[in-house]
Design a protein around this ligand. Structure first.
Ligand code: BG6
Ligand code: MG
Length: 226
């Protein structure tokens, strides 16, 4: 019988997993759409989660049937980011989602690496804002990746940074595209949110409240390593 090896790294998405900035992205993108004369729904917004800033803008413009040139797109993306950062600047450590801090501590106690894998170019600003600058052994974000989720690049770089194979790592994600990225990269995928959206994940939890590393590890279909 083959031996089952334990999980050695946990990779966390940022927006919507560690902090509730997914809501701020929605508010700012919707404001932009409204300025351009159209609207989109919270359901449409799910398709933006995990997608880079310019990738999100392209999708929104497509929904609104608005064509902009590159310079105009950069202009609107910068305005949206300014609106977004206005909300981020009001954040404090109290904005860390419930259950996250005890869960991070529990993961570390199990000698497991803690990594951040985010599409955002604002990730380090947000981590500073909520005093989590030193919480992650590696931070891979939109400033260093070249491909956006559902491409697994961000998580592959994260796992490599701490020297752990994807088959021994869990990705925690609130976006369907993030779950797809994790699965494509050969990681275990735990969805944080609703199973209607994140059903492809190995496991879906509403949040981290009361969760333990051991409980989650046990509930995954751990594969044997060759
Ligand atoms: C992801 C969010 O984490 O980061 C997306 O889910 C967002 O909604 C993307 O578009 C890029 O973020 P930023 O902060 O670089 O505009
Ligand atoms: Mg997210």
């Amino acid at each position: 019988m083959s031996t089952k090896k334990r999980i050695r790294a946990c990779l966390f998405d940022l927006d919507g997993v560690i902090v509730d900035t997914a809501r701020f992205h929605f508010i700012a993108w919707r404001r932009l759409a409204n300025e351009l004369g159209f609207d989109f729904t919270e359901e449409d917004n799910e398709k933006l989660k995990g997608v880079s800033r310019m990738g999100s803008l392209d999708l929104i413009l497509l929904w609104g049937g608005v064509a902009l040139n590159q310079k105009e797109k950069e202009h609107w993306a910068a305005i949206k980011n300014e609106w977004y950062l206005e909300m981020v600047r009001n954040m404090t450590p109290a904005d860390i989602l419930d259950g996250v801090l005890p869960f991070l501590a529990d993961v570390k106690e199990h000698d497991c690496k803690v990594v951040l894998g985010s599409s955002s170019k604002n990730a380090r600003t947000i981590l500073r804002q909520v005093d989590l600058e030193d919480a992650f052994e590696a931070v891979i974000d939109g400033t260093v990746t070249t491909r956006t989720k559902p491409d697994p690049q961000v998580f592959e770089m994260g796992a490599e940074a701490v020297g752990v194979d994807p088959v021994q790592a869990i990705v925690f994600e609130d976006a369907a595209k993030g779950i797809e990225a994790a699965l494509r990269g050969g990681f275990y995928a735990v969805g944080i949110g609703q199973s209607e959206v994140l059903g492809e994940a190995h496991l879906v939890l509403p949040n981290f409240i009361g969760r333990t590393f051991t409980e989650i590890e046990r509930s995954l279909p751990l594969r044997s390593l060759t």
